[in-house]
Design a binder for this molecule. Structure first.
Ligand code: URP
Ligand code: ZN
Ligand code: ZN
Length: 471
């Protein structure tokens, strides 16, 4: 099918300009300047014309941090690949990279096969995988090399969650050495899990069981210390290091210092750390704060982390905003932690709202329109080996395109815009000055006229290349 998106403003990471976009089948065939004499003919021959007058035409969002069906705390994240990728499409995200999970004692290849079994044939949009290595040993290190050949070019390690996903410093070092050899990128959950566990036991012994103690037992020092340690270990090995879900300004300062030294160190933050806080959300009365339990935790507004995170996004010390989408219902899931905050499954659902929430940063003057596209689509694609297939509107790229309407509004809430498989919305009451209007995934219209027109199974698995930012 040929589709012409006409009269819009195409936004890339480097500029915005008036152009029409011609799509032929699954790819972008041409980006055409207004007034081009061939336009009339193209319009006449296009099978579908989308009028984007007054709207932005941007590359589909690339969310490189999701957890569909993640096993956590005795339950599973509530979105399947079917429901989660459909919700992503509603929000203008056309690619996700999810985490396959290897636990100690399990073969890495088996865990990857299990993730394929969950996702293949289920997704509305394209998807790739990172691999979590939860048990670093000779066999799993060897498997890392094999996976690179299969397009899994990034591996997540945890300095948190002792007894679950945790790796000690020796294991981290060995995995980093392996990554340095095979060219892949290490993604790090940087929190000092051993220290946190002591603080958690002390809080519980003192009768402090409410959700807010999840945040109070994970002070910023535990994030900054682990971030520094991860960077030092990475520096010893030469591996590229990507620190996930950063919330503490002091930790990002450590990343900034490493980047100033020209190290291949990158930082990611998430919408929850830019908008939600310990005081206003995690400390809500009763058990309401459980909705906002995630790790790293929401930080104190009074400490001005949010302003600093936006600033670090402007200076590129934070390179990417992903969601860390990890939804749990209150009923029977978050409720597992009634009377004990340490048993609340960690995670917030946001895959549907990232593009809108970060666009609000454009409206609020925090970032430019171009930076919005860069941190939500272009950089994620380049960081994880998908560019220029994804993350840009250019001839030959996949026709993953979002028409975004700056004149419309999006009201987020369980009974408003909400398509994730959750019984509550962490973003209840957030209203955005902008709206995802039309979404195409590889040339197929998946959202149009406030309706989902995609299909389960349209999404293809993406074999990824290497990180394209290495110096
Ligand atoms: O709270 C979080 N972040 N849940 C998902 C697991 C992880 O650490 O990314
Ligand atoms: Zn994590
Ligand atoms: Zn995560």
């Amino acid at each position: 099918m040929t589709i012409l998106i006409k009269n819009g403003t195409v936004v890339s990471s480097t500029g915005s300009y008036s152009a029409d976009v011609l799509i032929d089948g699954e790819t972008i065939a041409a980006v055409i300047a207004p007034g081009d004499r061939s336009l009339g003919d193209l319009e006449a021959s296009a099978e579908k014309v989308i009028d984007a007058a007054g709207k932005y035409v941007i590359p589909g969002g690339v969310d490189v941090h999701t957890h569909m069906e993640l096993p956590f705390g005795g339950t599973f994240a509530s979105d399947t690949f079917e429901t989660g990728t459909r919700a992503a499409a509603w929000g203008g995200t056309t690619t996700i990279i999810d985490f396959a999970v290897q636990k100690q004692g399990e073969r890495v290849q088996d865990s990857l096969a299990a993730w394929h079994a969950k996702a293949d044939g289920e997704c509305a949009i394209d998807y790739g995988f990172h691999q979590i290595i939860g048990g670093v040993d000779d066999e799993s290190l060897k498997a890392m090399d094999e996976l690179v050949a299969e397009g899994i070019t990034s591996f997540k390690l945890f300095m948190a969650y002792p007894g679950v996903f945790y790796s000690d410093d020796g294991q981290v070092l060995r995995a980093m050495q392996t990554a340095a050899n095979n060219g892949s990128t290490i993604m790090m959950h940087a929190e000092n899990g051993i220290a946190i566990d002591v603080l958690v036991q002390q809080a519980l012994a003192a009768g402090n069981t409410d959700p807010k103690y999840h945040g109070l037992t994970r002070p910023w020092e535990t994030e900054a210390e682990a971030t520094n340690r991860a960077i030092m270990l990475a520096k010893m090995t030469g591996t590229p290091l990507y620190i996930v879900h950063m919330s503490a300004k002091q930790a990002v300062k450590v990343v900034q210092d490493a980047r100033d030294e020209d190290l291949n160190v990158f930082g990611e933050t998430c919408p929850q750390y830019l908008y939600l806080s310990l005081e206003d959300h995690l400390s809500q009365p009763g058990f309401e704060g459980a909705k906002y339990v995630c790790s790293t935790p929401l930080r104190a507004k009074a400490e001005h982390h949010q302003e600093e995170l936006w600033r670090y996004l402007r200076t590129n010390d934070l390179s990417i905003v992903s969601t860390d989408h990890c939804p749990f219902c209150m009923k029977e899931q978050k409720e597992l932690g009634l009377g004990n905050f340490a048993k609340i499954p960690n995670g917030i659902g946001s895959v549907e709202h990232r593009m809108d929430l970060i666009y609000q940063g454009v409206v609020d003057g925090e970032i430019t329109l171009e930076r919005w596209v860069e941190i939500t689509a272009t950089t994620p694609a380049r960081m994880f080996g998908l560019y220029p297939r994804k993350g840009i509107i250019a001839p030959g790229s996949d026709a993953d395109v979002v028409v975004y309407d700056p004149a419309a509004r999006t009201e987020i809430g369980l009974h408003k815009k909400h398509h994730m498989n959750m019984d509550h919305a962490a973003w209840e009451g957030f209203d955005i000055d902008g709206k995802v209007d039309t979404v195409l995934s590889r040339g197929k219209v998946v959202i149009e006229n406030d309706a989902y027109t995609g299909t389960k199974g349209h999404g293809q698995f993406l074999k990824r290349g290497m990180n394209q930012y290495l110096t």
